[in-house]
Design a binder for this molecule. Sequence first.
Ligand SMILES: NC(=O)c1ccc[n+]([C@@H]2O[C@H](COP(=O)([O-])OP(=O)(O)OC[C@H]3O[C@@H](n4cnc5c(N)ncnc54)[C@H](OP(=O)(O)O)[C@@H]3O)[C@@H](O)[C@H]2O)c1
Length: 246
Amino acid sequence: MRLLLGGAPGETDPTAAFAAASRGPVGGRPWVLANMVASVDGATAVDGESRGLSAPADRRVFHQLRALADAVMAAAGTVRADRYGPARPAPEVRAARAARGQAAVPPVVVVTRSVDLDWEAPLFTDAEAPTVVMAPADAEPARLARAARAGRLVTAGDGDVDLPAALRLLDVAVVLCEGGPGLIAQLAAAGCLDELFLTVSPQLVGGDAARVLRGPALDPPAPLDLAGAAEEDGMLFLRYLVRHGR
Ligand SMILES: NC(=O)c1ccc[n+]([C@@H]2O[C@H](COP(=O)([O-])OP(=O)(O)OC[C@H]3O[C@@H](n4cnc5c(N)ncnc54)[C@H](OP(=O)(O)O)[C@@H]3O)[C@@H](O)[C@H]2O)c1
């Protein structure tokens, strides 16, 4: 991988450059970074899954970003479509996390309205860090009780999860959001997106797959600063910081 932009003078390792950025709580909530992959024409899925856009370099970045996170958040649609399992960091990642004072394994956080999840899946039965279910407080009580038995339950808001409040309740410093596009759009609209890692996959996909954000237009659009860029095998890795009210 070639570092094209960002990093300290003389730095050539994109991973080190991206990892070294300072991240920490903002206004009482965690720093939220999102990681998404899109084709050159903006599609975030091929045949309903993101893996068709992926490549070995992208998988490496995916795991490197997970290594930095205190929690890995995804909306229930993505958990179902991409068949999420629990995080399983490699021994060297666990050691690096311990050296930074982080828990060895980040929990996966599933954002859901229905609270209708597969409780027998490894995400719940085989998670070293108990999976967190983030749901509205007025969801069906029996389902909330099932979620609490399966892992950790965080409730905020009625109808929809109140994302800023729920993020504060997580009580961690850095949350990595892996999508889907609907959740990224809500985080951006709520002013809770701080950083976006966008991988541009060198493909044209066409069709009607969602863009990186799917939801109401942001008014005004959120300006971004390009803070880093790298390339491998024609795939671009772009790191953007969201300019909050600046
Ligand atoms: N290219 C990429 O990097 C990337 C990344 C992730 C996903 N994807 C793709 O995107 C697609 C899935 O995305 P999507 O937008 O259709 O679905 P999604 O955003 O992943 O999931 C939608 C679901 O999330 C829950 N949800 C979302 N916001 C909520 C809120 N505020 N409060 C409570 N629950 C909330 C609801 O779950 P319930 O249904 O349980 O109520 C909702 O039905 C898949 O094709 C996946 O492969 C691509």
